[in-house]
Write a new protein. Structure first.
Ligand code: ADE
Length: 426
């Protein structure tokens, strides 16, 4: 409970227990080195979501900015029925919040812990897992951290893979084509990672899928020992024994997955033609659709009036993630700043400058005005957006030609006086 309180207290100008006036924060679902996951409810729709809160301080301290950017970029591109969706990303001064699809059924392995699965049920979950992993691999995305807590179930008991936090995209591959980061959970870690040889992300994922399949069928881990070094040695040697109820076809597949040689280890393409895997396999159909990460400011009266992470992170120093989702438009320049002034005061300043410069200022929808001059040769819009109860964000967008001088000499000096100065923390 104290985690929830800490989370709530870290938010500025928020109703107690509310996140950005949009989500009601609930119980803690999970805890990791850099993140905590909470259940939350969308206040307007009543829908459940999972919110992963990452401390910006930890991100910056651990030099993880690039890592977080990568995670957002990867997750926003993934849209598959067996992968947890990323709905939106929001942030405060101190935290980044990933709003995720809520997997109501909890962790898959909580169910296995109550008793091993039948071969048919093991196959069903394995097929769903391979479908998700194959989808990622074909896009150059590797999970690299498949482990029990990343395998969740939805309300229909279908698998949902989550947490692509440690996944790598092809760009991170070294010139020799191999990945070199040591990561992963010991019991699920592939031997080539232990050997610190450099590895291929797809082959490492196949090994972890092999461990998952073994656990589903057996109810226990294939490589296990209280002594970590002994456990590593078993993994390295690929020493495991299938329980007696394992069918010959399943045994054969497990041997191909838990092959210590990544070169000969089975790939997703080979798995889909494996006889054990194919039984009852229906190609999982889904709509290829690009997730539009919300980057709009919504209607003034809705909870959306509060800005999301793309905006907020870009105002605070350090982790500017906003550029990840927008194509740069070189014909338009923009500035943003935070102000504690009323929107009316800010827009009155703009109108004043327009008057003295003989430029028409037209009111637009909401708190927004547009300046247009020299028969449409230049344009500048100033929009004000509420950030918290006390603060607003002022966004200026202007054409790169014709307006520079007026911006620099007239409008900017007027607006400078409105910029919010946060209270000193030193
Ligand atoms: N635990 C971690 N992520 C979760 C999610 N998306 N849904 C439910 N529980 C979770």
């Amino acid at each position: 409970m104290s985690d929830v309180i800490e989370e709530i207290q870290s938010l500025e100008a928020e109703a107690p227990g509310h996140l950005f006036g949009k989500y009601e924060l609930g119980k803690l679902l999970g805890c990791g080195a850099f993140a905590k996951v909470y259940h939350a409810r969308n206040i307007r729709t009543g829908h459940s979501v999972a919110i992963k809160a990452v401390s910006k301080q930890k991100v910056l301290k651990g030099n993880l900015t690039a890592h977080i950017k990568r995670e957002i970029s990867i997750m926003s591109r993934l849209n598959h029925p067996h992968i947890v969706r990323l709905h939106e990303v929001m942030a405060t001064k101190t935290k980044i919040y990933f709003v995720l699809e809520f997997a109501k059924g909890g962790e898959l392995f909580t169910k296995v812990a109550k008793g091993r699965f039948s071969e048919d049920l093991s196959r069903r979950y394995f097929q769903q897992l391979i479908s998700a992993i194959g989808y990622c691999h074909s896009r150059g995305v590797f999970h690299r951290d498949l482990k029990p807590e990343n395998l969740l179930l939805d309300e229909n008991w279908n698998l949902k893979v989550t947490d692509f936090g440690l996944s790598a995209v092809t760009e991170q591959i070294r010139p020799d084509g191999l990945l070199h980061t040591l990561c992963g959970t010991p019991a699920y870690v592939a031997p080539e990672i232990l050997a610190k040889k450099g590895y291929q992300g797809d082959k490492v994922d196949m090994w972890s899928c092999g461990i998952v399949l073994f656990v589903l069928n057996a109810g226990y881990l294939p490589f296990n020992d209280p002594n970590l070094m002994v456990m590593y040695r078993k993994i390295y040697k690929g020493e495991f024994r299938c329980p007696k109820w394992t069918s010959p076809d399943l045994k054969r597949l497990l041997c191909r997955l838990l092959d210590t040689n990544p070169e000969t280890r089975i790939s997703v393409d080979e798995i889909v033609s494996d006889p054990w895997f194919r039984k009852g396999y229906k190609e999982i159909k889904f709509h290829e659709e690009h997730l539009e990460l919300k980057d709009h400011h919504g209607d003034e009266n809705s909870a959306d009036k509060y800005l999301n992470a793309f905006d907020i992170i870009s105002y605070s120093s350090g982790a500017n993630l906003s550029g990840m989702f927008k194509k740069p438009d070189n014909s338009v320049k923009g500035e943003r700043f935070i102000s504690a002034e009323a929107p009316e005061t800010i827009l009155a300043k703009v109108e004043e400058v327009g008057k003295t410069e003989n430029v028409a200022v037209v009111k637009k929808q909401g708190w927004s005005v547009k300046m247009e001059g020299q028969n449409g040769k230049f344009q500048m819009t100033v929009s004000v957006q509420r950030l918290t109860e006390k603060l607003v964000v002022v966004e200026i967008k202007r054409s790169t030609v014709g307006v520079e001088q007026m911006w620099k000499d007239k409008l900017r000096p007027q607006l400078n006086s409105l910029i919010y100065q946060p209270p000193s923390t030193s």
